[in-house]
Design a protein around this ligand. Structure first.
Ligand code: KG4
Length: 342
């Protein structure tokens, strides 16, 4: 380790993964530990917030210990502790935040609060050493869908966001209704492989010329289609239905991103967040990037979903930008991306 190297310990607990990681200079993962609760929440068909908080309490310090050990460092070697403080489930966020504050109180290390969505964007820096701002990022997760103009490592402007459901939520909900269970996203993706993407039609997004999204009408359209088929005793072809539904959502996300690219003249595009693991979305963007001369980036599958390495990366850039939080930093369940913009 060189003397100018900056090591950040990242901590993430915004939903149902407890995670800790050590990242060097914002780009190099030295360790990346994740304790997932997904199997546990599966029997309830979704994340139970109270259970998530309790499980984070059990997992947070073992995750931090493992992350330090795997990186071959001790706490003293760390330059700052970066932690997700929003958006997310408040009880879940508080666990990671309290652990981070405890470490900073004892060691005197700087505390850096990180917006979870900024973390998702930074997952791309861990996969692509050459990637630098500026670019557009389509940030699609279970709770958020937005198109972000990444002007610099820490200056972000939201060009369009969902006015109701997130894309991930729209996929998860329909996956549950057609019996695929939880977590819906990956199961829907698998179910639709090889299906006819034109077999079923869904409502369009009616948001005029804005870059904002709406997924609730699309979700309701899918629910109506399922209910009507059930009433008429008709069977839905799950493979074709899953393929058509995901393709419809992927096309919508692509259409808005292409418009954002036209409006800004920016041809460098990143995908980020759990839904960027979706193969229909990736293929739609792969195809369009060749046709429209875009330079496209999306993270490795493992870094698309929640992890602490991305939080450590975002923490590194915030640290370099001078951000320091004190121990009064609180969890902000509805934190917006732009509230970090200086
Ligand atoms: O980013 P993330 O792990 O958590 C949030 O910050 O929300 O995203 C979770 C979302 C869920 O909606 C999940 O179903 C979806 O990402 N997801 C996927 C896939 N893997 C995760 N959606 C579609 N295809 C996948 N392969």
């Amino acid at each position: 380790m060189g003397s100018e190297d900056i090591l950040i310990l990242g901590i993430e607990s915004s939903c149902d993964e407890t995670a800790a990681a050590v990242v060097k200079n914002g780009r190099e993962i030295l360790s990346d530990v994740i304790a997932s609760q997904a199997d546990f929440h599966e029997k309830y068909g979704g994340v139970v917030p109270e259970i998530a908080s309790r499980m984070h309490v059990d997992a947070v310090y073992p995750c931090i210990d493992s992350a330090l050990k795997e990186a071959g460092v001790v706490l003293d070697d760390i330059d700052a502790v970066a932690v997700t403080y929003g958006p997310g489930l408040v009880g879940a966020l508080l666990v990671g935040l309290s652990a981070a504050k405890g470490l900073c109180a004892v060691t005197g290390k700087p505390l850096i609060g990180v917006n979870h969505l900024h973390g998702h964007i930074c997952a791309n820096y861990l996969c692509f050493p050459e990637l630098e701002p500026e670019y557009l990022c389509l940030c699609v997760s279970g709770g958020n869908t937005q198109i972000v103009h990444v002007k610099s490592y820490t200056s972000l402007k939201v060009l369009g966001r969902t006015r109701d459901d997130a894309a991930g939520e729209a996929i998860d909900k329909i996956a549950r209704v057609i019996g695929l269970g939880y977590p819906g996203g990956p199961k829907m993706d698998k179910a639709g492989q090889g299906g006819n993407v034109n077999a079923y039609s869904f409502p369009k997004n009616h948001m005029g010329d804005t870059l904002d999204f709406s997924f609730s009408g699309i979700k309701t359209g899918a629910l109506n289609l399922i209910n009507q088929a059930r009433q008429k005793d008709e069977t839905i072809d799950i493979r074709d239905f899953a393929a058509s539904y995901q393709q419809h959502i992927a096309n919508l996300l692509l259409d808005h991103t292409l418009r954002a690219s036209d409006q800004t003249g920016i041809k460098k595009i990143c995908l980020a967040g759990g839904v960027s693991a979706n193969s229909f979305l990736r293929s739609a963007f792969d195809k369009a990037s060749a046709e429209h001369g875009l330079k496209l980036y999306y993270p490795d599958l493992r870094l698309c979903t929640d992890n602490a390495a991305m939080i450590a990366s975002a923490g590194y850039y915030e640290y370099n930008n001078g951000r320091r939080d004190d121990l009064s930093l609180n969890a902000m369940p509805s934190l917006r991306l732009e509230s970090r913009d200086a």
